[in-house]
Design a protein. Structure first.
Length: 257
């Protein structure tokens, strides 16, 4: 439900050192990004399995035998037909937990083998570009292609793991990229309006990573770079310069003067 997803996003942005209006702005944009990303994930999850009835039936029979799940050939034949008639078949319809997990693993492996990055790349690129442009949020030319490449590469490194095409991952990406978008927009606005200095601001709680504690409240000229761990960054969530260890779940912001 949208209500649940928005609540998850609201909790993430709630503690940031921002006005309530700016928190809402980031939360609302994160939901739009989530919608674009999860739509693309869902399209991949629902793609045709590209496998015959007998091939899928044999894979399920083999998996059941390996895991000690006992069923008649007639049951497996009906199960196979149900799956092929609905590629986004929900294994939660299966009462037996072990059986459900076995079928989910079989389907995940097939989908991972059939994963075609190019349609995924184009669909996600188009939807993200449309979302940024519609909301009038500036972004650097390399930003969206690099983001899509990283999403694809990470997905390919975890074949068969349903998390990497899930709602939870889409939400994680969306909340991070909303911060990326608005931190970049704030930086560009400050530069263009003649601001001379910037200050890195953390949340000041136990969740702040050590590298960010070290630059907390640091004031430097606006065109210089913060030294953050092993990265040189223009501002928090500097996607083009920061590594994942400095980007994922970061709640830091910059102020400008």
């Amino acid at each position: 439900m949208k209500f649940d997803e928005l609540n998850q996003l609201k909790r993430f942005f709630s503690t940031m050192e921002l006005s309530e209006d700016k928190k809402k702005q980031r939360c609302d944009f994160a939901y739009l990004l989530y919608d674009a990303i999860f739509y693309t994930f869902a399209a991949i999850n629902a793609q045709d399995l590209n496998i015959t009835h007998n091939e899928l039936k044999s894979l399920i029979e083999e998996a059941f035998e390996q895991e000690g799940v006992k069923h008649t050939p007639e049951y497996i034949d009906r199960l196979t037909g149900n799956i092929l008639s609905k590629p986004d078949y929900d294994t939660r319809n299966i009462i037996d937990t072990k059986e459900s997990e076995v079928v989910k693993d079989v389907l995940s492996n097939i989908k991972a083998e059939n994963f075609n990055a190019e349609p995924f790349r184009q669909t996600l690129t188009d939807r993200l570009t449309e979302t940024f442009d519609k909301e009038g949020i500036p972004y650097e030319p390399d930003y969206i292609p690099k983001l899509v490449d990283e999403i694809i590469q990470t997905t390919n490194r975890h074949p068969g793991d349903p998390y990497y095409l899930s709602k939870d991952r889409a939400l994680l990406i969306a909340q991070n990229e909303s911060n990326t978008a608005y931190n970049h927009a704030d930086y560009e606005t400050a530069r263009q309006s003649g601001k001379n200095y910037k200050v890195w601001i953390t949340e000041g709680d136990e969740k702040v990573r050590e590298a960010h504690v070290e630059v907390d409240m640091m004031r430097i000229p606006i065109n210089e770079m913060f030294s953050v761990g092993n990265d040189m960054m223009r501002y928090p969530h500097d996607f083009l310069n920061g590594s994942a260890e400095n980007l994922v779940n970061c709640r830091c912001v910059c102020t400008y003067e």
